[in-house]
Design a protein around this ligand. Structure first.
Ligand SMILES: Nc1ncnc2c1ncn2[C@@H]1O[C@H](COP(=O)(O)OP(=O)(O)O)[C@@H](O)[C@H]1O
Ligand SMILES: [Mg+2]
Length: 334
């Protein structure tokens, strides 16, 4: 059997923004492998570095951000070593991205089908316009949008339809990896659900890999087979999503906090428990574990020494509580 190559490898990746106050460490030393035909989730509160990492993978960093450490490989090729031509080919054909807001992607003065046709013509120089149009219709079919809407302008369509079209365009050239950055956050719950189901169906049909970014734990746990949990630019846990339950204490304290932050239906009431406090300023991070000021389990060790991610029953967890050498410190909690 041929061993499968990961679609995406993040090797000790750090990304910082230049700012007058000093570098903003938006992503710090993250590691991840994404295999073909899998969905991996990336969760964290707003400001934890998710979008920075996503744009970093696409080599679309903006606002003074740059890769300061590590490597990003797509299908074995280093994204930051590619010349402009290879990179252009890689975007759309090997990797594509769906952003939160369809508004930022769709051109308001072009019809849907014009925009789709353009993607094909830009990447398939030999293709005729007629063929590109046929392929565009096939894409509309794929996301179950009536072909007549190809003649529409974005403003004539609902938010859900626009987001489906953006997803269709991302899939146009059959990329191996699709990064979805909060693709449904701007939509209402019913539309969110139908789009998620569609992403799932499409993924099973076309076998691309997805890095699915969200701040909604329940969404990600449902969709993804593995989940990376990000806090202040670091992965504090990488875990299988099967069996993630609120009662499970065997997770990073931040993961537990996020799980409890899910709106839960208990009898007739919806209970929402948030995590007290807020994420830290990335210029002046807390010493030790960045989560310690909010952590119900923090002990003095956590304020001085940053825990490294380590294997804990198949999960990667960066927490002293899960370090056999350090766990003794916690004997008086839990
Ligand atoms: N243009 C910028 N200049 C400086 N810092 C930025 C800029 N954009 C984002 N950041 C910093 O990077 C952090 C991570 O942002 P982002 O990647 O958008 O997080 P997320 O997607 O998880 O909400 C933010 O908390 C912010 O401090
Ligand atoms: Mg974001």
């Amino acid at each position: 059997m041929v061993s499968e190559q990961p679609v995406l490898v993040l090797r000790d990746v750090s990304i910082a923004y230049d700012s007058p106050a000093g570098p903003v460490q938006a992503v710090s030393h993250v590691n991840l492998e994404l295999m073909p035909n899998t969905i991996v989730g990336l969760i964290g509160e707003s400001g934890s570095g998710k979008s920075t990492l996503a744009t970093g993978i696409m080599r679309l960093l903006r606002g003074g951000a740059h890769l300061t450490h590590g490597e990003i490989l797509i299908k074995g090729q280093n994204v930051y070593d590619m010349d402009a031509k290879t990179l252009r080919k890689f975007r759309w054909e090997a990797m594509s991205m769906v952003f939160q807001s369809a508004m930022t992607v769709l051109n308001p003065v072009m019809t849907v089908e014009q925009q789709m046709v353009d993607v094909f013509l830009a990447h398939r120089p030999g293709m005729s316009k007629a063929e590109a149009l046929q392929k565009s219709y096939a894409l509309l079919d794929l996301v179950r949008i009536a072909r007549k809407h190809g003649k529409s302008y974005p403003h004539e369509l609902s938010g859900g339809m626009k987001q489906r079209i953006v997803i269709a365009i991302a899939l146009a050239l059959d990329p191996a990896l699709v990064i979805m950055d909060e693709p449904t956050t701007a939509l209402d719950v019913v539309v969110q659900r139908s789009i998620l189901e569609q992403i799932q169906d499409l993924q099973q049909e076309r076998h691309f890999a997805v890095l699915f970014i969200s701040h909604d734990f329940s969404l990600v746990a449902e969709l993804a087979s593995r989940v990376a949990i990000m806090y202040a630019g670091r992965f504090v846990e990488v875990t299988e999503s099967g069996g993630l339950t609120v009662s499970d204490q065997d997770h990073h304290p931040y993961t537990q906090g996020l799980m409890r932050a899910i709106p839960r239906l208990t009898h007739e009431d919806v209970v929402i428990e948030g995590i007290p406090g807020h994420p830290p300023d990335l210029v002046t991070l807390p010493t030790g574990c960045a989560y310690h000021p909010r952590c119900p389990y923090a002990v003095p060790l956590c304020t001085v020494e940053r825990p490294e991610p380590r294997d804990w029953q198949g999960r990667l967890i960066a927490c002293h509580r899960f370090d056999p050498q350090k766990a003794g410190e916690f004997s008086h909690v839990s």
